[in-house]
Design a protein around this ligand. Structure first.
Ligand SMILES: [Fe+2]
Length: 250
């Protein structure tokens, strides 16, 4: 069991089939696709590239739609970076949210977090520039500092131009100690291997517990059990209504 620090919420290291989650070593066609996605991701994700994308998408001028409309846009996409899942993304969102709803029926915020947590993958859609998978999906990591050895498929970073940039290639890089993670997404390396703790402040450390709880559902709810979308839709529409305006700019 992996200790999350939250009583009663330690998570298993193996799934219902007795297989390790995130088994990146497994030899299969699926893993070849996963590996290729990470190869490109680790070579092409540079500080410069990420800043350009941030500027482009920060304008929020691509669409105006509701949260549910965005969920529905994800019905045609499968995440190529995920060795445990080959279902469309909307199924993954609903499976995660429903698993939390079952175990935590009154934690509405956590259920809604599950519903929206992968909506960024809408960048794969033609209306959002049809970005390639390597640019959108996969475990995230901070740029502008040395790539941690615990990042999956770490070997591909040696071809990333930032690895040769002396300003970026130190432990802290462009960051200061305990800067806080407001602008840095928590990553697999971070929550599973304790990487990048040098940028975390006390609030981040507190949030890390919740992140591990959430990840239990994000990773471990994956299954072939299909959620009936029409059946659960009214429940999630009511949750969305409670926390979000009707339309958002994307
Ligand atoms: Fe997810």
């Amino acid at each position: 069991m992996l200790q999350t620090g939250v009583p009663g919420l330690d998570v298993p290291r193996r799934n219902a089939f007795g297989l390790d989650f995130r088994d990146f070593e497994k030899e299969s066609l699926r893993n070849a696709i996963v590996q290729e996605c990470y190869r490109k991701n680790h070579i092409y994700q540079t500080c410069e590239f990420a800043n350009k994308k941030k500027e482009e998408y920060g304008k929020l001028d691509k669409a105006e739609m509701s949260i549910w409309e965005c969920c529905e846009l994800l019905k045609n996409y499968v995440d190529e970076s995920d060795p445990d899942l080959d279902e469309p993304q909307i199924d993954h969102l609903l499976q995660t949210a429903e698993a939390i709803r079952r175990d935590h029926p009154h934690e509405y915020w956590l259920q809604l977090t599950a519903l929206i947590h992968d909506l960024g993958k809408v960048l794969l859609h033609p209306a959002f520039g049809e970005e390639p998978q390597w640019c959108v999906v996969g475990d995230t990591f901070p740029l502008g500092c040395a790539f941690d050895n615990n990042i999956v498929h770490h070997q591909f970073f040696k071809e990333n131009p930032d690895s040769r940039n002396p300003a970026f290639n130190t432990k802290l890089g462009i960051y200061s100690e305990n800067i806080g993670l407001d602008n840095i997404t928590m990553s697999w390396a971070m929550h599973r291997h304790g990487a990048y703790t040098f940028v975390m402040n006390d609030e981040d450390k507190e949030m890390l517990k919740w992140l591990q709880v959430f990840n239990k559902y994000d990773l471990y709810s994956k299954s072939k059990v299909k959620i009936n979308q029409e059946e659960v839709k009214p429940y999630y529409l009511s949750l969305i209504k409670k926390y979000f305006p009707e339309k958002l700019k994307w």
